[in-house]
Design a protein around this ligand. Sequence first.
Ligand code: FA5
Length: 370
Amino acid sequence: MKVFNNLSNRIYPVRESINNNLSNGMKEELKNIKEKILAEIKKINLPEEFYDLEKKYLGRKGEFTKLTKSIKDLTQEQKPIIGKLANEIKIELEEVFSNLKGNIEEGFDDLKNRINFDATIQSKKKEVGHLHPNTIIQNEVVDIFSSMGFMVLDGPELESEYYNFETLNVLSTHPARDMQDTYFIKTDKNFKKSEKLVLRTHTSAMQVRAIEEFGAPLRAIFPGKCFRNEATDASHDNTFYQLEGLMIDKNISISNLVAVMSTLLAEIFKKDVKTRLRPGYFPFVEPGFELDINCLICGGKGCSVCGDGWVELIPCGLVHPQVIKNGGLDPQEYSGFAFGMGLTRLVMMRYGINDIRLLQSGDLRFTKQF
Ligand code: FA5
């Protein structure tokens, strides 16, 4: 018995040292495999290689997974210690893989630059977009008119010649057709002349559509995109935004027009802006005016945007009786005013933008400033 006891006493420490060696070896192996994985991530060139690597080590039959399975062979004392270490390394690796996966989804090109072995690395923040300056100002103007009881209508950008020109007293033989260099759309020869299509040159194309649809009394604005075949410069683009306004009721006069325009300018600029009203010719208003504002870019000295210190901003006038008639109302009973504000130019004035072409350039260095 004594001998046996001795043997047993001797055996125990031997087993313990085997187990100690085993657990120390495991510790080393776990640390080595972690270093190996992180080193291999560094060499990745393609997204597929990243996914292969993840499978090779962390997959069900992966090397790291296999290693952790052998923890069960350790003693009861060693199991929790090594198990804890293995778990910590696993969490760390999973976090590194998960963050890099985020980077991969955003663009692999940048992956290598952003590989970082800090397990707390965050994937690149998603950039949140924001409103274009045109939309910001359009929303402000829409709010101002909504508060005055105007409804907001949308209209087609591909418009018939009928609504774009003819309902507005601009017949095909009328010299005013030359005022707006138009993109005509090729249509089938079976198209009736009145159905021929153009990219709308102005939001006035909505005037008769709105009267037809809603009758009177009517207070509506129509913001939207317009197109003209322009030789572009600092203040003219081939695609730009206007915001049209139309009010039809009994006894509408120039005083109503001036009151609405003054409210608009005071609200939009929130400071005193010099304005001037001069006669303007448009076949669909009588009388017609041009409301100009003193250029806010050069302070009225004259620049590439305004030329002479004044910016043509809001052409307007009293609706021509024929237009009211074209909409199906009696011009003896109803009158109205209309205006067609150059929304893009308003944006330029508000933000001090000295070239209209920047607004549609798609250049993020420009749009990110707003
Ligand atoms: C018109 O388009 C008329 N429909 C406006 C109108 C409506 C008059 C209702 C009377 C009653 P005009 O071509 O001037 O008018 O253009 C109106 C505004 O749009 C101009 O004052 C200007 O601010 C803007 N605009 C015109 N062409 C361009 C362009 N190529 N680029 C940028 N803005 C432009």
